[in-house]
Design a protein around this ligand. Structure first.
Ligand SMILES: [Zn+2]
Length: 300
């Protein structure tokens, strides 16, 4: 495994993806373009620039939406997961439409687009957010926490549903390699019994077997079946990666959640910022701090 990059990164050249929004079912197109150091991930949509920042999130039901004034961009989480998972710090995302295209419901197409564009280093040290004290959030039956860790970002995610999904738990240490092989191909999932209610709310209007794993009672309706036996928890982890990208920089810490979702992930980031649980580091300093404090890793 390669050492984490110490320099900030961006894309080497622009790349465009087209498709339809899974919620609005309208055509949409995104162009991922290079950006300057310290600009972060910025969406340009409806004449406004929207920073990929948890403070700009205004809706979390089934997707994460950023808004600013009258402009909004919906379903940003799988694209953000791909950028964050592969270690792209700065990018300008030009959105034509009001939603990131669903593609196949996973981050696979975004990973392929980033690979096509290429990732280059920029002449600036990488800024990281280190978790310096444990912080928790809970919502309904779910909870999530961030705790200090010696280095890198680890994820431990458990879901609990009725029927064939049941309880699934998975833990990984997040690297570009593990993101690619374990999480990037896991698709969104939904239950047929929820479809009419979601449609009434104007959600999932573009959902189909092309972009969603659809469960009906005990049955997976997609003719090709699942990509992984535990594809659902892997997708929840993909969503976590996309939501944690809204912290604004790579995190050094240990994330855990039980029955989580976008709203809970945002509540956790909010709690972490309020509690002063995240401190800025430069990549070289963070590595030094980690080697100074090997006992910081909490017991599970
Ligand atoms: Zn998702």
């Amino acid at each position: 495994m390669r050492a984490p990059r110490a320099a900030q990164t961006t894309l080497a050249r622009p790349v465009t993806l087209s498709g339809r929004g899974v919620h609005g079912d309208r055509p949409s197109r995104v162009t991922l373009a290079p950006a300057a150091p310290r600009s972060g991930i910025v969406f340009s949509a409806g004449g406004a620039e929207l920073r990929a920042d948890w403070r700009g999130v205004d809706a979390t039901q089934l997707r994460t939406r950023l808004s600013r004034g009258a402009a909004s961009v919906s379903t940003v989480e799988h694209l953000l997961a791909a950028l964050f998972g592969l270690g792209v710090d700065n990018a300008l995302i030009l959105v034509e439409g009001d939603e990131v295209p669903a593609m196949d419901g996973s981050a696979q197409a975004f990973v392929a687009a980033i690979d096509e564009a290429g990732i280059v280093d920029l002449p600036a040290p990488r800024a990281l957010l280190q978790v310096v004290r444990p912080v928790q959030a809970s919502l309904g039956a779910g909870w999530a926490e961030l705790a200090p860790a010696a280095s890198g970002l680890s994820l431990d995610v458990e879901i609990a549903f009725e029927g064939p999904i049941g309880r699934q738990r998975r833990a990984i240490s997040l690297t570009p390699e593990s993101f690619r092989s374990e999480l990037s191909r896991a698709r969104s999932f939904g239950f047929l019994r929820d479809a009419e209610r979601l449609w009434r709310d104007g959600l999932a209007l573009g959902a189909s077997l092309e972009n969603t794993v659809v469960l009906d009672g005990e049955t997976v309706l997609n003719p090709q079946g699942l990509r992984f036996a535990d594809e659902c928890v892997r997708h929840k982890m993909l969503d976590v990666v996309g939501d944690l990208a809204l912290a604004g920089a790579p995190l050094i810490g240990a994330f855990r959640s039980f029955r989580g979702g976008h709203a809970l992930n945002m509540a956790l980031l909010d709690a972490a910022m309020r509690a002063g649980a995240l401190e800025w580091r430069e990549a070289s300093t963070a590595t030094f701090a980690a080697s100074e404090a090997p006992g910081q890793r909490p017991s599970p």
